[in-house]
Design a protein around this ligand. Structure first.
Ligand code: FES
Ligand SMILES: [Fe+2]
Length: 417
């Protein structure tokens, strides 16, 4: 810890303030040593990394490959129906064992020298084990049974698959708390199905996108579509919920019951008379969860976002790709029992989100602007004083940086600074 403490406070002009999470040095977005430490202390530390949806691997042998931080991961449905996760790194010379994004296999065979693994990651075979013509072959001392792909602990919560490298990570319900679990159960009350994927490269450190999601303050300011057409306005009801430790959050917006017309569809009106949408289908909204919550953006530390924007449902998985780059993978969801109209509505509403979404494309840009400006002076700092300096839930307002401060509390606790 001490070495990191020295390193992390090496930025000139900056002092971490005890108990005050409202300031961080730009160094946190640019420092290679901190990035390397994050892999060990955060992504391979006591956190639940989102790695898959159960519905992506319904049958034995179905797999997907993904990442937990920098670590490549295979997630697979085993023969007994359980879900296994393991590091995608061959025990021989470290090649990716599996290079396909998704598929179905009976076993995994590493392409490099054809060593084989069963669905639990156990090494089962070595090519030319007995050599050729009695010459060469595997050292008899090398015990195949004692070698396997490095396993992760797996927990499935409401169809979401999480993996952790640490024995210390508490059960998921305890990890984010009952209040925040309730929103995942609310948004995914039935079996989900994947409607599609988007992936985008963000030109910024992973933490800038995490902060962006926790920063409800920017939503009605940066995203002018919101204010123009009224998806989210700062005056709408709602608030911010936080886990007890501050690490995880939920920002939600509630509309008034009287904004619902007789058909159950949202009335779309421009708040600025000069702008009109010629096609308002993507703004239609059918209430479906038995409440008036129109938007719910939830984060699970470190890098998962669970999204409800009107009827556009998604999970967003953020993958760090070096100190100044990250990949954001959107999985667009509906329910297995959606009828054709509902599925079409979800697809229309998805024009609002994703890399080119009318209310999300700006988020793919602002992180890069911060990254560009951060490089020159790693000891200068950001400041997050909106809504005070503490880390508390709020009701009736989302004009607060409380959840962002909560993220920095989690980051500092795990990083030891
Ligand atoms: S690296 Fe996998 S078999 Fe050699
Ligand atoms: Fe945003």
């Amino acid at each position: 810890m001490d070495d990191l403490n020295v390193k992390a406070t090496a930025a000139p002009h900056f002092k971490w303030l005890h108990g005050d999470m409202s300031q961080v040095p730009f160094q946190v977005y640019t420092d290679e040593a901190l990035y390397a430490a994050e892999q060990q202390r955060i992504f391979q530390g006591p956190v639940w990394n989102f790695i898959a949806l159960e519905c992506e691997i319904p049958n034995a042998g179905d797999f997907k490959t993904t990442f937990a931080g920098d670590a490549p991961i295979i997630v697979v449905r085993a023969e007994d129906g359980s879900v296994k996760a393991m590091v995608n790194r061959c025990v021989h010379k470290g090649s990716l064992v599996c290079y396909k994004p998704r598929g179905t296999v009976k076993e995994f065979t590493c392409v490099y020298h054809n060593w084989t693994y069963d669905l639990s990651g156990q090494l089962t075979g070595v090519a030319f084990r007995r050599g050729v013509n009695g010459v060469g072959g595997l050292d008899p001392e090398y015990d195949i049974k004692k070698n396997r792909l490095q396993p992760l602990r797996v927990e499935i919560f409401n169809g979401l698959v999480f993996g952790t490298f640490s024995d210390k990570t508490p059960p998921f319900r305890e990890y984010i708390g009952g209040d925040l679990c309730a929103n995942i159960e609310r948004v995914f009350p039935r079996k989900v199905k994947v409607l599609g994927y988007h992936s985008q490269i963000l030109p910024n450190n992973w933490k800038l996108y995490v902060e962006n999601n926790k920063d409800a303050y920017h939503a009605s300011l940066l995203h002018v579509f919101h204010n123009t057409f009224g998806v989210v306005r700062p005056t709408m009801g709602g608030g911010i919920k936080l886990s007890d430790n501050g690490w995880h959050h939920l920002s939600y917006t509630v509309k008034n019951a009287d904004s619902e017309d007789a058909t159950g569809k949202e009335k779309v009106r421009s708040l600025q008379d000069q702008y009109k949408l010629n096609d308002v289908r993507m703004m239609e909204h059918k209430l479906e969860f038995g409440d008036f919550t129109t938007n719910a953006i939830q984060t699970v530390f470190p890098t998962l976002v669970v999204q409800q924007i009107l009827n556009a449902l998604a999970v967003r998985q953020l993958v760090p790709k070096g100190v100044d780059k990250s990949e954001l993978i959107w999985t667009i969801l509906g329910f297995e029992d959606d009828d054709a109209d509902m599925q079409a509505l979800r697809v229309q509403v998805n024009n609002l989100v994703g890399p080119a979404g009318l209310i999300s494309m700006e988020d793919g840009c602002v992180g890069g602007w911060v990254q560009t400006a951060a490089k020159a002076d790693p000891g200068a700092q950001t400041v997050m004083p909106m809504g005070g300096r503490n880390i508390e839930p709020t009701e009736g307002s989302r004009v607060t940086e409380s959840a962002v401060r909560g993220f920095w509390k989690g980051w500092r606790e795990l990083m030891g600074v």
